[in-house]
Design a protein around this ligand. Sequence first.
Ligand code: 5GP
Ligand code: MN
Length: 330
Amino acid sequence: MLYTTIQQAAPALRDAMTAARHILVTSHINPDGDAVGSSIGLTRILRAMGCRVTMVLPTELPSLAVVLPDAPEVGVYSQGASLPADVDLVVLVDTGSISRIEPIFSAERAYLAQRPLLVIDHHATNSGEGFLNLVMTEAAATCEILGLLAQAWNQAIDAETATALLMGLVTDTQSFQTSHTSPRTLRVAADLLALGGRLNEVMRSMMYGKPFAHAKALGMAIERMHDEGDIIWTEFTQAMQQGTGADDEAGDEITAYLSRVATAKAYVLFKERRDGTVKISMRSQPGIDVGSVAHSLGGGGHREAAGATLQLGLDEARDLVLSTLRVALA
Ligand code: 5GP
Ligand code: MN
């Protein structure tokens, strides 16, 4: 069943979750603020409803998660570790497809196949793989959906839950700057702030909590920016990462900076991963769809923010992505 409104979904989702004995909440690889905020926020809401919940994320949490006291409780999956056997409901948040929870997806195929899946998400590329899916593509963040869901359930939200949900709202809207920031997004955020959510701490950890190495990496990436008219792109190579000591998260900084230049329609960061693959992050001007380009390359995301992982070297990835993008923009 695929729901697209809170009103229709709220009773069915509550029935499924309160009937479960043990719920596993998870989200995508390289979890961002919305993945972490929605995992922790939903877990806290469900526990307040009396549910037993375990959180496991596929890979390490982003550094901004330090402002959430529950972050240390989130299990980070390690190969060979087993997931709780008595789980009888898997809830996937902020993720378009269960295949995006690698390495869990490959290692735990049988485990996942044996358990019902419930999905709460806002990605346009979500294919509705669960037996119950709430996919609201107009929502700015999965955390926006959860704020509305708690209201529909008449479930009180405490200050820590509000802070977790604010993290998703702030990160996915880049501090309420993106075009999908709606009156409803701001109303949900205002409600969460009124409930004691620590908005300013979330903002500070996102905007002003960067390591020095990120600034150095950003400088190098800006130096290498290419202006091709409709497309502006740059790269973040392994050599740059090793030379500066910047980690993967510096890529978010670079992507955000690229899209500040007004003259282009689309922006691409090519990030060389340690395993030799290339992760691309694309952004676009309002109304320009890079989500379908990412989808055609095996990735996904939103119209104006999307990505993919390519099993190609940096040069090949650049040729493929830029030529695909030029066709799409023409
Ligand atoms: P970012 O560029 O910030 O990593 O991701 C932007 C958006 O694209 C996010 O919504 C993210 O979930 C999605 N995205 C990024 N990389 C991938 C990918 O490899 N596969 C899919 N399906 N979506 C991705
Ligand atoms: Mn999201």
